[in-house]
Design a binder for this molecule. Structure first.
Ligand code: PHE
Length: 347
């Protein structure tokens, strides 16, 4: 009887060690290393199989049997451990990548339309209903269009009302009102009838205050055709004001003077803060001035290419900032172009 082969003892030690180490493994990578070490080609188990041929005959079956048992035991343990490791990895992944759906979301910053864009669109749509088309005219004007052709000759005292920014080049100004657009539309359309509105920025060299800015919008209104009367003007402007403010607001036309209209007027609306009784907004008068208007001066018609004996027209000019101020009870015109988000985001 020969001695028990040493490999049997080695197998037992290897199994114990392997199982002990396996129980500690938490990750996929050490698991693979473990597999190479204890079940790989040069592992004790595998060398036990290849040693069978060198064992004495009587122990060969035993070595084969024990090696098989150890191999199976290690494989079963590996499979079990692999399951645990995979499960743990999944659980870790779920917890690590968890989205806390109860956290309040981050509010996206949304823009909005400028209050002037909003009021201009309202003005456009009301005039559109009455058949008026929007025209754009230039901000940088010739002195000729801004003054001369509107019947305001050089050195006429009326120019004081429209002091503006000049540049080095003589005869070029930033327009002081949208009225020069009247000439441009007329010259483009003559002798066709016109129903136009002309919105845009105007510029004046002014003492800045809560009522006046050096830049502001205007919307010019122009109708030219045959038999257009002061009554048409009154009806159109009243219709506009009632749609803009409310259906039963009272208006009045007060005589005024503009070199490019004759007769000229200012249109006032009844103060809706005090309903005409007199308050600080209307400075006690009960009325708020909202636009200048009048019958287009014959000289202006002629400059636009219309024969004043055949054609007539009316024109008006309003300040949409002033209108927004009335609509929203805004007390300072400088808010519009001050670019302060606290003001702008309220619209
Ligand atoms: N252009 C004038 C102004 O700036 C307003 C106006 C326009 C008056 C058209 C009459 C006719 O004050």
């Amino acid at each position: 009887m020969s001695e028990k082969p040493i490999i049997l003892a080695e197998l037992e030690i290897a199994q114990q060690k392997a199982l002990a180490l396996l129980a500690e493994i938490q990750d996929e990578e050490p698991l693979q290393a473990w597999k190479r070490e204890y079940l790989g080609k040069s592992s004790t188990v595998m060398s036990a199989f290849s040693s069978i041929g060198q064992q004495s005959k009587e122990f060969r079956p035993l070595v084969g049997q024990v090696a098989n048992q150890v191999k199976q035991a290690l494989e079963a343990a590996l499979e079990e451990r692999a399951r645990i490791v995979t499960e743990a990895a999944l659980t870790r992944k779920i917890t690590d990548e968890r989205v806390d759906v109860t956290l309040p979301g981050r509010q996206p910053i949304t823009g909005g339309l400028h209050p002037q864009t909003l009021v201009l669109r309202r003005i456009f749509s009301i005039f559109a209903e009455m058949g008026f088309q929007v025209y754009r005219s230039r901000d940088v004007e010739s002195d000729e269009h801004n003054f001369e052709l509107l019947n305001i000759p050089a050195h006429h005292p009326a120019r004081d009302m429209w002091d503006t920014f000049h540049i080095d080049q003589p005869g070029v100004v930033l327009r002081t009102h949208t009225s020069p657009g009247q000439i441009r539309v007329m010259r483009e359309q003559a002798p066709n009838p016109i129903r136009a509105i002309l919105p845009g920025m105007c510029y004046r060299y002014e003492q800045i205050s809560s009522r006046s800015e050096i830049q502001f919008n205007q919307v010019e209104v122009l109708a030219v055709g045959k038999n257009i009367t002061f009554g048409d003007m009154k009806g159109t402007l009243n219709g506009f004001v009632r749609r803009l403010f409310n259906a039963d607001v009272r208006t009045r036309l007060r005589p005024s003077y503009f070199p490019f209209t004759e007769p000229s007027a200012e249109m006032d609306v009844e103060c809706f803060v005090c309903a005409g009784k007199g308050c600080s907004v209307c400075k006690g008068s009960g009325w708020l001035e909202i636009m200048g208007c009048g019958i287009v001066h014959p000289a202006v018609l002629k400059n636009g290419g219309y024969d004043p004996e055949v054609y007539s027209g009316f024109a008006a000019g309003m300040g949409p900032e002033r209108i927004s101020m009335l609509l929203h009870k805004i007390e300072d015109i400088r808010y519009f172009w001050g670019n302060d988000a606290r003001f702008l985001e309220q619209f």
